[in-house]
Design a protein around this ligand. Structure first.
Ligand code: HEC
Length: 259
């Protein structure tokens, strides 16, 4: 063992192994033992650090001609010496197997949902807490439409839309307002197929009232810029702007009877 540790090759291997162990587990498990909080290091950061450390090790072993020769010796010996045939054969099997295993491990399906897939229209809650009061979403109709106050609601909704929503959702409700380019995820278009035409008015009410922060888990990971308008608009104003969206886009809301 002592003899091995004098060899630059094994020293390099040791440095790499210890660094990897520290990055992968040390940072996660040692601070909590000392009473500090900690979190796992992201894989991409581990890779970056390992590349940097490997580069440093390479600089160190190649710095002196003598050390470089000593570093290469064990590698050369395993590759060419007849008496090292067994190690050579073992390496020829183990290395491809290792690469194969790592590749398999990376592409293997896991039970966790892939982060990229998220529901754009997640199921709405049955009730919400709207400005401190319980409001039913499930089965709810737009009261302004029911009371026949369509024109009045359209006017109110028009003003709200062009004041509050246009910068993101666009003049033409196409999801392309002046701020849209800067946002990811982008504001959704509110006209056309596959948009609010597939939703009930109470669903749209819920989305406007609660915005991005109110999206349930299946709508995440999600950093929607959609504001929670319950902080700025009254219940009637939100129903009005909801009605405005449908009238303006020339589509009718999905009704609860269709379910
Ligand atoms: C700061 C930009 C921004 C503003 C302002 C904004 N929205 Fe949004 N809105 C978004 C983004 C981004 C999304 C897509 C992500 C999401 O669903 O949360 C969205 C989604 C929506 C949806 C969901 C559509 C669907 O198909 O599920 C509705 C409805 C909506 N907005 C209505 C409005 C209304 C009404 C206003 C004005 C009162 C408004 N938005 C103001 C950014 C904005």
């Amino acid at each position: 063992m002592r003899g091995y540790l004098k060899e630059p090759f094994w020293q390099a291997v040791l440095v790499l192994l210890v660094s990897y162990a520290l990055l992968e587990w040390g940072i996660t498990y040692i601070p909590p033992l000392l009473g500090f909080s900690s979190a796992p290091v992201p894989q991409s950061v581990v890779v970056q650090f390992m590349l940097t450390i490997a580069l440093g090790v390479l600089l160190w072993v190649s710095e002196k001609e003598e050390r470089w020769g000593a570093f290469k010796r064990p590698i050369r010996e395993v590759m060419v010496l007849p008496e090292r045939r067994k190690s050579r054969a073992a390496l020829l099997i183990l290395l491809p197997a290792l690469v194969g295993f790592i590749t398999y491990d990376m592409v293997r399906p896991t039970a966790a949902a892939p982060a990229g897939i998220r529901a754009v229209h997640p199921a709405p809650p049955t009730t919400i807490d709207f400005q401190g009061e319980m409001l039913r979403i499930d089965g709810a109709e737009n009261p302004l439409r029911q009371e026949g106050r369509i024109e009045e609601a359209y006017e109110i909704g028009y003003d709200i839309y062009y004041r509050d929503c246009m910068p993101c959702h666009g003049d033409y409700l196409a999801g392309d307002g002046p701020l849209a380019e800067a946002l990811s995820p982008r504001p959704l278009p509110l006209r056309g197929t596959g948009t609010i035409s597939e939703l009930t008015e109470s669903y749209v009410f819920w989305r406007i009232a609660k915005g991005g922060p109110g999206l349930p888990r299946e709508g995440q990971p999600w950093n929607s810029a959609m504001p929670a308008w319950e902080d700025f608009l009254t219940e009637e104003e939100i129903w009005a702007v909801t009605l405005f969206l449908y009238e303006q886009a020339g589509i009718s809301p999905r009704t609860w009877e269709e379910f």
